[in-house]
Structure formats: structure tokens, C-alpha cells
Design a protein around this ligand. Structure first.
Ligand code: ADP
Ligand code: ADP
Length: 226
């Protein structure tokens, strides 16, 4: 479960001014729930993901993951949390050009300090979970855009995260591939019981999600369905 309580993130703005990228945000995402986060550009979506992913410490308020407070944790503790509890999926798959799909995932396991055999098993399992078992030996240039995004998602699953944070996963994909990636994220959320936040402009994602919220000027509102 992911919980943000009264989270404010303030940046300096102009000469003496400040800007609240996040303004008193309260948000709970239970295990197994997929939340769609929408909002105009500059409304704070990336800031929310960064704070929930322990990449940025908010100015005030608390963030907890499975009851462990990540705000106030040391840099080393936050790095460990990211590796073991948080799966981050960025918009453009950041894959290593020279590594096969399987190796992209194994690299994460090695960084976590797991044994080689366990790493290989976990990598095969994660690839299977995204339907890419048969592409294990392909390098990024041998994969389609949709397949690369699925490798990206599989890699985020390597730590068996309890929180999955996904930034516009479908923006570079055609409609058909987008639908597949959406279904995949929804299925993984249910099967693995992750608390999932998906930043999206795609209104179809809002339909697939269990719940959707809108950010506007750093403030959160429940999504009003028209
Ligand atoms: P979104 O992802 O919805 O486009 P962001 O979270 O990136 O929104 O940005 C929210 C607000 O915070 C914007 O006004 C942006 O200009 C500001 N902002 C984001 N990062 C910084 C930063 N590092 N320094 C100053 N202002 C920032
Ligand atoms: P998509 O419809 O998902 O965009 P593509 O039309 O790009 O897929 O590719 C169709 C199939 O061909 C996919 O299974 C993909 O893995 C495979 N493929 C694409 N490019 C290469 C390549 N350079 N070498 C080997 N297989 C490839």
C-alpha cells in the first residue's frame, strides 16, 4: 500500500516567490489497486511520482510504503527501498542497446545482490509475466516498440515491488499496442497485488483503472466522470 499524507513539494519560483508543485496531497492506493493520475502539463504529476518513488523528498508531509515511512529515511535507506519495494517505469524504455531482453532484467537482479541462479529464474519469470518468453535473447533493436515497453515493465517487476509507478507508458504506442500495455498493467496489478499509479493522458486508461484522480496546480481532486 502507498500512502501520501498532506504532502507538499515547494520549489523556488522567480525572485522571492515559491511554487507548490504538490499542495497538501492526501492519497492512498491499496495493494492490488490501479490508480490513473491525469492532469494538464505542469500540474504536478511527475512530482507526485518522484515523491512516491523516493526519488524526491517532499518539503512537508509523509509518504509511507507498506507502513514504512520513506520521508525522513536516509539516502541509503531510500536507495534500498527503491530497489526492493518500488518499480519505476518511465515513458521511454531506457534499455541497454547491447543487452538482450533477459540480460536487461538480470542486471537488476545482480544489482540487488541476488544469486545468479535465482536472478536467472526471476528474470525468466518476469519476461513470461509480460508475455515475452520467446524474445528473451533479442536485443532492443530487434524488438518492437510495444515489446520494448514490456521489457521495461518486466524489469520493474524484478524487485517484486509493492508499489508500481508508471509514467505515460502508452504515449509512444499505437492504439492497439496501448490497449495491450494497459491490460498488462491492470493484470499485473491484480495478480501481484501492487499499489499501482499510472500517469496518463489516455482516457482509455482511466476506464481500465480502478480509480482516477486529477491534479491541478498541485492539488488533487477525484476524477469527475462526465
Ligand atoms: P507535470 O508532470 O504534471 O507536467 P511537474 O510535476 O513536472 O508537472 O511540475 C509541477 C510544477 O513544478 C511545474 O510548475 C514545474 O514547472 C515545477 N517544477 C518541477 N520540477 C521543478 C524543479 N526542479 N525546479 C523548479 N520547479 C519545478
Ligand atoms: P509491433 O506490431 O509490435 O510494432 P513489429 O511489426 O515491429 O511489431 O514486429 C513484428 C514482429 O517482428 C515482432 O514479434 C518483433 O519482435 C519482430 N521483429 C521486429 N523487428 C525485428 C528485428 N530487427 N529482428 C528480429 N525480429 C524483429
Amino acid at each position: 500500500m502507498l500512502n501520501l499524507s498532506d504532502v507538499t513539494l515547494t520549489y523556488p519560483d522567480g525572485e522571492n516567490g515559491t511554487l507548490n508543485a504538490l499542495d497538501a496531497v492526501d492519497l492512498t492506493v491499496p495493494a492490488g489497486q490501479m490508480l490513473a493520475l491525469v492532469g494538464p502539463s505542469g500540474s504536478g504529476k511527475s512530482s507526485l511520482l518522484a515523491v512516491a518513488g523516493a526519488l524526491v523528498t517532499p518539503t512537508s508531509g509523509t509518504v509511507t510504503i507498506d507502513g514504512t515511512e520513506i520521508t525522513g529515511a536516509s539516502q541509503a535507506e531510500r536507495a534500498r527501498l527503491r530497489l526492493n519495494h518500488i518499480g519505476l517505469v518511465f515513458q521511454q524504455p531506457q534499455l541497454m542497446p547491447s543487452l538482450t531482453a533477459l540480460e536487461q532484467l538480470q542486471l537488476v537482479g545482480v544489482l540487488r545482490g541476488a544469486r545468479p541462479r535465482a536472478v536467472r529464474d526471476a528474470a525468466r519469470q518476469a519476461l513470461a509475466a509480460v508475455g515475452l518468453d520467446s524474445a528473451a535473447k533479442r536485443r532492443p533493436h530487434q524488438l518492437s516498440g510495444g515489446q520494448r515497453q514490456r521489457v521495461n515493465i518486466a524489469r520493474a517487476l524484478m524487485g517484486e515491488p509493492s508499489v508500481l509507478l508508471v509514467d505515460e507508458p502508452t504515449s509512444a504506442l499505437d492504439q492497439h499496442r496501448s490497449a495491450e500495455v494497459m491490460e498488462l498493467i491492470a493484470t499485473l496489478t491484480r495478480e501481484r497485488g501492487t499499489a499501482t499509479v499510472v500517469v496518463t493522458h489516455d482516457l482509455e486508461f482511466v476506464d481500465v483503472a480502478d480509480r482516477s484522480v486529477t491534479l491541478r496546480d498541485g492539488r488533487l481532486a477525484e476524477h469527475a466522470t462526465v
